[in-house]
Design a protein around this ligand. Structure first.
Ligand SMILES: Cc1ncc(C[n+]2csc(CCOP(=O)(O)OP(=O)(O)OP(=O)(O)O)c2C)c(N)n1
Ligand SMILES: [Mg+2]
Length: 228
């Protein structure tokens, strides 16, 4: 099985002039891309309530983000990203308490697991790469994504992808340094596109997730699904 990536990121509200600031810091725009994300869950939002996020991204395929060891605290988040369909299938069966579906093809599993589309939107993304100079820096580039979703919400993220849990503290340190250089507060808690989509277009679902996150739902034993 392919070893999953760990995504460590800090989201922020992009302020005017952010691109100039990125250039000033030595950043370069790597690409401008556009993609449609479609998120899936059960009617009861079993996955999202357990902080699992299943999506299909047009052009790159299936992905399941789930909490890594140590969970998430503060304004940054850390998720394990599964992209191999066999690994996604195994995790879905584990979470949804099913087995022996006879397929590891995620599209084929949707109907059998009663997973339906919860959200679908297109993102225009400007991808920036930046190497932070400084003592003891190993020169790994950080990524800054500047996203605008087709429903009119803009969000940025400073992101590092690492392979091992042991690399997370260093990645966090770099993310904090760059965020601070970009004028982003360490305490800034900016919601992602999906959360804002749910808030605007599926308010009842949003409310249910919020109840889990704030511990108001007695049926749910899992920890925070959304933090803001
Ligand atoms: C503050 C906070 N943010 C996110 C979450 C979890 N969460 C909510 S929706 C969600 C899934 C969407 O993840 P996100 O990184 O926002 O998507 P995107 O930037 O488009 O994908 P990329 O290209 O980076 O892979 C997660 C992990 C949380 N529990 N709390
Ligand atoms: Mg992200």
């Amino acid at each position: 099985m392919t070893h999953p990536w760990i995504e460590v990121e800090q989201k922020f509200v992009p302020r005017p002039g952010i691109e100039d600031r990125l250039k000033e810091l030595g950043g370069t725009q790597e690409s401008q891309i556009s993609f449609r994300d479609s998120y899936y869950d059960t009617r009861e939002l079993t996955l999202m309530k357990a902080d699992h996020w299943l999506r299909h991204r047009e052009g790159s395929g299936w992905e399941l983000k789930c909490p890594g060891a140590g969970g998430n605290t503060g304004s940054h988040t850390k998720y394990m990203e599964l992209t191999a369909e066999a690994a996604i299938a195994a995790r879905l069966c584990e979470r949804l308490g099913t087995a022996g579906l006879g397929t590891e093809n995620v599209s084929e599993m949707l109907g059998r697991l009663e997973l339906q589309e919860v959200a679908s939107f297109v993102t225009e993304r400007s991808v920036w790469k930046l190497v932070l100079s400084g003592a003891g820096d190993e020169g790994e580039a950080l990524t800054v994504d500047l996203d605008t979703a087709d429903f009119g919400y803009a969000v940025g993220e400073v992101e590092a992808l690492v392979r091992e849990e042991a690399e997370v503290p260093k990645a966090l340190e770099k993310i904090r340094s760059l965020s601070s250089l970009l004028g982003v507060s360490q305490h800034e808690q900016t919601p992602g596109k999906l959360i804002v989509y749910l808030q605007r277009f599926r308010p009842l679902d949003y409310q249910r997730l919020l109840e889990v996150a704030t511990g108001k739902n007695d049926e749910q034993e899992e920890s925070a699904a959304i933090e803001n």
